[in-house]
Design a protein around this ligand. Structure first.
Ligand code: NAD
Length: 475
């Protein structure tokens, strides 16, 4: 049984009840598995009113009380991980182990925020006169509107929920219409954990209609979006026009620099597995591979061998290591990338054409021989395609890595501390992973620079976007 899809407004789960609906597909088979109700204007108004009313009480709750609810969410998430994970595989496509893993890892986000929200401190500033007392308070900004994507439907949504609620804000969230079950499951988790009505509201609909309505509402004080750069810029402009704060977690095109002195076999094997995770639909997926010339052939061979051994199939099958792409249009996008790669003289070493199936499958693909202006080298593929190119001069590799407007994640493989330090300092990225993948833990900040976004989720930075600073001085 797939999740019963509902809206969640002011503590009530609301079924279709005559509303417009949209079909949800299983990307492994192309079959319809559910119908998602769209929020009406009245639903959005009720969600706004509920979030505004709930904020007046929630902002005054003790951090200990908020912490208790977030901890309970973590416990319930672990208890329900198998069932929630299965539904994520059904509507998003990733292998079951990855879906269940996503839920379990995210339970930690709830725990981290439960701990960290008890440490939202202000400060005392030494006065210029002995009779003055002056201090800085950090207060929740107010009602937040959040928009989350389909690639990690549980992860992206819970990160925004726990940061907003942990800081004392209330929230209206629109999740991904193509993979909605995880967000509905989250509403049930918070509801069952005892979150007061109105603190969290879940709505669905036509994305740009909902975001425009919510962002323009005077009730909303902060916007948080994870998704593409193009949409992020539109929403950020709208938020700016209405003087709303924003957290923007946008796309990336992560460069990978593999130097001559790297542990080549280890790097190639690890990177191939990382590349096909979630079928490459990961904003921090390694996606442009610059490999130093002495080890290029060996790296390419080992990388291709590993990626070629990956079994592709329905995420519910035990043997599957990579599932389908999340929706049909992603397969079209992969084909467009490949057409451009061929036109630019790229050699397709493995993969390269859609798999004949009723589902939305594209195989792990390796392309070599591309010039820097090929689309695969300039645009985020967000899929299982890896372009490999050689470099000789480290400075040139850094220049090419930094040459795009993206600045999310980056990867460096070297056994030299000097090279590692040089690259870590020179790369224009919000995250630098050296000889391993270590991003996205609850205690570490996750976010980008340049077009990849503004603000961080996770780490001690996590509440910064949800708090305003108030200065108080008195004699
Ligand atoms: P998209 O930008 O159309 O959609 C991404 C998400 O944003 C979806 O969940 C969608 O419902 C939502 N969205 C779209 N327009 C919106 C609007 N006006 N207001 C509010 N929400 C809106 O892209 P897509 O074709 O679904 O996905 C492909 C691209 O999205 C990729 O190229 C990738 O860059 C980006 N993406 C990034 C992340 C990330 O984690 N940064 C996650 C998913 C997708």
């Amino acid at each position: 049984m797939y999740e019963k899809l509902v809206l969640y407004i002011d503590g009530n789960f609301i079924e279709t009840e005559g509303r417009k609906t949209e079909p949800v597909f299983n990307p492994a088979s192309g079959e319809i598995i559910g119908q998602l109700p769209h929020a009406t204007r009245e639903d959005l108004d009720r969600a706004l009113a509920a979030a505004q009313r709930a904020f007046e009480t929630w902002k005054k709750t003790s951090p200990v009380e908020r912490s208790t609810i977030l901890r309970r969410v973590a416990e319930l998430a672990r208890e329900r991980a198998e069932a929630i994970g299965r539904n994520i595989t059904l509507d998003q496509g990733k292998p079951l182990a990855e879906s269940v893993g996503e839920v379990n890892v995210c339970a930690e986000h709830a725990e981290w925020h439960a701990e960290e929200c008890r440490r939202i401190y202000g400060r005392v500033i030494p006065p210029r006169r002995p009779d003055v007392r002056q201090f800085v308070l950090r207060e929740p900004v107010g009602v937040c509107a959040a928009f989350t994507p389909w690639n990690f439907p549980f992860n992206q949504a819970i990160r925004k929920m726990v940061a907003a609620l942990g800081s004392g804000c209330t929230l209206i969230l629109k999740g991904p219409e193509t993979a909605p079950s995880a967000v509905v499951a989250l509403a049930r988790l918070f509801h069952d954990a005892g979150l007061p009505a109105g603190c969290l509201n879940i709505v669905w609909g036509v994305p740009h209609e909902i975001s425009e309505y919510l962002i323009k509402s005077p009730i909303v004080r902060k916007v948080s979006f994870t998704g593409s750069i193009a949409v992020g810029k539109q929403l950020a402009s709208m938020a700016g026009a209405h003087m709303k704060r924003g957290t923007w977690e946008l796309g990336g095109h992560s460069p990978v620099l593999v130097f001559d002195d790297a542990n080549v076999d280890q790097a190639a094997t690890m990177l191939a597995k990382l590349k096909i995770r979630n079928a490459g639909q990961v904003c921090v997926s390694p996606s442009r591979f610059y490999v130093q010339s002495k080890i290029y052939d060996r790296f390419a061979e080992r990388f291709t061998k590993t990626i070629g051994s990956i079994s592709v199939g329905d995420g519910l099958e035990k043997a599957t290591q990579m599932g389908p792409l999340a929706h049909a249009r992603r397969v079209d996008v992969m084909e467009a990338f490949m057409e451009d790669a061929r036109a630019h003289g790229g050699e397709v070493v493995i993969g390269g054409t859609r798999l004949k199936s009723s589902g939305f499958f594209f195989p792990p693909t390796v392309v070599t021989g591309l010039p820097d202006n090929a689309k695969l080298m300039t645009d985020e593929p967000f899929g299982p395609i890896a372009p490999l190119v050689p470099f000789t001069d480290p400075e040139d590799a850094i220049r090419r890595a930094n040459s795009l407007p993206y600045g999310l994640s980056s990867y460096v493989f070297t056994e030299s501390l000097k090279t590692a330090t040089y690259a870590a300092n020179a790369l224009e990225a919000g995250m630098v992973n050296i000889n391993h993948f270590g991003s996205a833990l609850s205690e570490t900040p996750f976010g980008g620079v340049k077009d990849s976004g503004i603000g961080s989720e996770g780490g001690t930075e996590t509440f910064d976007g949800y708090l305003v600073t108030k200065f108080v001085t008195h004699v």
